[in-house]
Design a protein around this ligand. Structure first.
Ligand code: TTP
Ligand code: MG
Length: 635
């Protein structure tokens, strides 16, 4: 029963107030500036002063800030970019190896500063660090009487490791912007949250400077108390800068900085609210269904729907959101989760740093793949790449002390490769093309089907070369899997094939770490690997017992994704011209994921999160599809 003086318009606020914001953590979000371009500049520093664009297919996937100053922008057609800036240097960026390696190197660097190893990567160019423990340790060391002359300890064991700073102020920008008068005014520095954010901002600045001086990369940084807020607040000052979301974070009347900050965002910009959810929310507020066909994302009104519009909409709250957003395929509780996001609440933890990816997947797209012979050839190409990636990402050079058999006293260090992790499953996915319509046209389909089987143990052998192993993998595992996936002898027409090593089990997690030794692992497979259901039948009947025999129709985004594939949203040219934070990053296009909403750490996130053009096989995030389709239409 509502109090008698409550009006319907009061309800959202009252409900909003009931949300308790978790303020215990201090989290830093890093987004490397113009990442692919920066990787190329790091290899060839003379390019830094030139306008530089990175090309995939016919599109500029990113460009450096010199190019942006001259009018270039992300997801622009190459032809347009050349017209705008004839002296632009264009570098092909289709081989992702150099970007993947740089991403790993930078991540390892940032991670080396972490104490709690809560350091999580999203895609190639974003990292969250939970620095709560470092900040709290340093807060305890503060001298209240001399905040201006403080030393930030970066090590618990070495008190000389760190830097001097002024704890009475914030490093970098703030939201809201603090005027010089306000900055000089006496503040409640003993507001614990404020002080902790000050320390977080100085640590962030230090790490940014280290990234530049040691690695040559600039980044854009946000500092706040949860993953959602620090990611969003970083965007306020781009590039090569940082922003801290200042307290108050809570209020009785919605006048706190979290509410005013999040309220100004267009709903589609909120990470975790994917395209489909955003459309439903817009339609609810605009009171009309969004019209895709008209070419306008926001229906006929062309109106932006802000978080505030939704949050304060009549009768809005978790229950209403559950009603609007719930339905088949959406988990119970989505209303409460989205309501949390609209109120700046995000209780997902920064993931623990991992040495190995959670899965490795390799795929390619095809204009026409119709014969088993061709498929077998392509499977071999994909298998070679998969094994190469497994070697690169899952093998470690380890030094073992060994006693020479001839001379017991002679102890030699022998370098040996060891597996850091074992994928227990191999998955084969394909994307069949829909049949032609009577008028000759073809419906767009992003649906994949897949089958999985235990990863055969022979792939872990380090004696046989990759070529031999790849051939065996194709013959004994992938072709039989393919036959099960496509029992019909012919008639299928595939536009994509993906081979993935999944179900990663850390070798170090095995008791005593013995499993890290492949020799011992193979010997002990009967005992240890039984639990993973991995067995080497060594013959043609390799796939007799499949882990997952059910045919799955997958959303192309990810099998964990809760939303069905949306139709590609049309992109108006003007939309891709506005500042980079206005273009959703691949991560922002992820829709709501129940367990791991941010879908990070995964090496293949970019692969899984992107679309391939049916016509040319170009890979791009969903928001690039419109521009790309226009290009096809023009050519
Ligand atoms: P972004 O973070 O969107 O862009 P950016 O880091 O290049 O630039 P900014 O300074 O605005 O953050 O994307 C990260 C990388 O992902 C980018 O360098 C290239 C790649 N990418 C694609 O491969 N395809 C795409 O469509 C986009 C947008 C990015
Ligand atoms: Mg970036």
């Amino acid at each position: 029963m509502l109090p008698c003086n409550t009006t319907p318009m009061d309800i959202p606020r009252r409900r909003g107030q009931r949300l308790k914001r978790q303020l215990d953590s201090i989290i830093i979000h890093f987004d490397y500036d113009a990442f692919y371009a920066s990787v190329i500049e790091a290899e060839t520093p003379s390019l830094r002063a030139r306008p530089l664009a990175v090309q995939q297919k016919q599109i500029v996937v990113t460009c450096n800030y010199e190019a942006r100053r001259r009018g270039l922008y992300k997801l622009q057609l190459i032809t347009e970019a050349k017209k705008t800036c004839p002296d632009v240097v264009i570098v092909l960026g289709e081989d992702l190896t150099r970007f993947r390696n740089a991403s790993k190197e930078l991540y390892a660097f940032l991670r080396s500063f972490s104490w709690n190893s809560r350091c999580e990567r999203l895609g190639f160019d974003e990292v969250w660090m939970d620095v709560t423990d470092i900040v709290d340790y340093n807060v305890r060391l503060l001298n209240q009487n001399d905040l201006a002359n403080t030393f930030f300890c970066l090590s618990k064991t070495d008190p000389t490791e760190g830097f001097a700073f002024d704890a009475s102020g914030v490093a970098g920008h703030t939201y809201p912007e603090v005027t010089s008068t306000e900055a000089d005014a006496p503040r409640d520095l003993w507001d614990p949250l404020r002080l902790r954010l000050h320390l977080g901002s100085h640590l962030a600045q230090h790490l940014r400077q280290k990234l530049v001086s040691k690695k040559g990369y600039t980044c854009t940084v946000g500092v706040s108390t949860n993953k959602l807020l620090c990611k969003l607040v970083g965007n306020v000052h781009k590039p090569s800068d940082q922003t801290t979301l200042l307290p108050p974070y809570t209020s009785e009347d919605g006048c706190d900085n979290v509410t005013s900050f999040i309220d100004e965002h267009e709903v589609g910009k909120i990470p975790g609210i994917g395209f489909k959810l955003a459309q439903k929310l817009r339609a609810h507020v605009l009171q009309q269904p969004a019209d895709f066909d008209s070419g306008l994302v926001y229906g006929g009104t062309n109106e932006k729907v802000l978080v505030r519009d939704i949050r304060t909409f009549s009768d809005m709250g978790p229950e209403t959101l559950e009603r609007i957003l719930g339905g088949p395929g959406t988990p119970h509780g989505i209303g409460a989760k989205v309501w949390g996001l609209l109120n700046g609440c995000d209780d997902t933890e920064v993931g623990q740093a991992r040495d190995v990816p959670t899965q490795i997947s390799i795929e390619d797209s095809y204009v026409r793949l119709v014969a088993l012979e061709e498929v077998t050839k392509e499977l071999l190409v994909l298998s070679r790449s998969l094994l190469r990636r497994m070697h690169a990402d899952l093998l470690d050079d380890d030094e073992d002390l060994q006693v020479s058999p001839n001379d017991g006293a002679n102890i030699a260090a022998i370098s040996e490769k060891r597996w850091l992790a074992f994928p227990k499953t191999i998955r084969l996915s394909t994307r069949p093309r829909p049949p032609q319509n009577p008028d000759g046209s073809r419906n767009r389909s992003f649906a994949r089907i897949s089958r999985s089987a235990p990863m055969p143990n022979f792939v872990f052998s380090l004696k046989d070369g990759i070529e031999v192993l790849a051939e065996r993998l194709v013959k004994e595992t992938l072709v039989p899997l393919f036959r099960k996936l496509h029992p019909e002898k012919s008639g299928w027409n595939l536009s994509l094939v993906n081979v993935a090593a999944t179900g990663m089990v850390d070798a170090a997690s095995e008791k005593g770490g013995v499993g890290r030794d492949i020799g011992k692992m193979l010997k002990r497979q009967g005992d240890v690997l039984k639990q993973w259901k991995v067995y080497d039948t060594g013959g043609q009947d390799q796939t007799k017992e499949e882990v997952d025999v059910s045919m799955q129709v997958q959303d192309v985004w990810d099998e964990k994704n809760l939303e069905p594939s949306p139709p590609p949203p049309p992109i108006r040219p003007s939309e891709s011209r506005i500042g980079s934070e206005d273009i959703p990053t691949p991560s922002q296009e992820l829709s709501f994921l129940p367990e791991d909403r941010w879908e990070s750490e995964d090496e293949d996130m970019l692969d899984d999160d992107s679309y391939r053009c049916e016509e040319c096989g170009g890979v791009m995030p969903i928001f690039a599809m419109g521009a790309h389709a226009r290009w096809h239409a023009q050519n």
